[in-house]
Design a protein around this ligand. Sequence first.
Ligand SMILES: *Cc1c(COP(=O)(O)O)cnc(C)c1O
Length: 411
Amino acid sequence: MPDRAVDRHSAEQLDRDDPIAQVRERFALPDKVIYLDGNSLGALPTAVPAAVADAVTRQWGTDLIRSWNDNGWWTLPGRVGDRIGAVVGAAPGQVMCGDSTSVQLFQALVALARLNPQRRTIVTDGSGFPTDQYIAESVARMLDLRLLRIRPDAVDTVLGEDTAIVALGAVDYRTGELWDAPGLTRQIHDAGALALWDLAHSAGVAPFDLDAIGADAAVGCSYKYLNGGPGAPAWIYLPHRHQADADLPLTGWHAHRTPFDLDDSFTPAEGIERARIGTPNLLSMLALDSALDVFDDLPMADVRAKSLAMTQLVIDYVDANLPDVEVVTPREPARRGGQVSLRHPAAYAIVQALIARGVIGDFRAPDLVRLGFAPLYLRFVDVYDALEGLRDVIATRAYDDPAFTRRNTVT
Ligand SMILES: *Cc1c(COP(=O)(O)O)cnc(C)c1O
């Protein structure tokens, strides 16, 4: 047995000692469900339904087009951007909210390539999230650049005089490994390249200080640990020092210096406003704006401490009780994001059997049970009860039931 006792009693004690335990009350969670998929779609903050109803009935239904001014629709993307910036270590005026992570990656990659035009190579993580690799492939093709794929911890082996950009996810979405963004950014800069970080899997759970590490650009989504809701708009970070020279490829009219002059040709706005594109998804953005209230005055250090305590509980429990399960996520706290990935040959059916018991996690091919631990709305006893469910599913081989081994198209 590891020295940390793993039992329900100690989980209850951890809940009593949890300084952010009350944040859970700000979420609407279904009964009899333990939700371990907040790394894919965050839970619903209780304030959001009323905010969306207000957006639809009053702002749209009554105020109509006046809402662009009277209800602040025009300035919303920048204001929401600043609120996200506060969570990811960006001072105001450097984050713009809108569109999807895929679109923002395209924007950021092309803009950085244009900032470093003498160099002809983009480096990205060869096991990174698919959209990140696909967009990088297209940008490389479009700008006639070379694309190299490498694990983030081996980036130093390929950095060279031709490296223009290194674009990496902050957390490996399969294993949950948190990369050393400050150290990697330093190496990238030492080689004369620019560093682009994708924080989709870490914003809102793992600490990140974009300004302090000197990231050249960053992107992220807001429907995972930021709880913005399905399809919530993404965001892009461009630090002040690059804004005047940033030549973003999607030159929509909202990014124009004087959008209402309706000029026939494009002049970019000053500052982060040039990272706007066209008319934003206002209903989604208003939902996100409300969802972000949860982060007001919430110390990210407490969030991180609780997240690490939860993932440690999982690792200790698995070590003590589940000899056939391999912990894939790094054991060193500094290298863990907000999830724990467990390897088992029957991973798919195990996930289905757990879902049937109200424990919602997900599966990543070929053999990973991926469990996300959102510290804002999970209790330590939830984590413990989910693990007891996992132990029971494995001990009784409940996963052998054909109902759980049959594959659905959407998992
Ligand atoms: C979730 C995620 C995305 C999502 O991209 P969308 O355009 O919102 O579908 C992109 N990159 C990473 C690393 C992610 O984790």
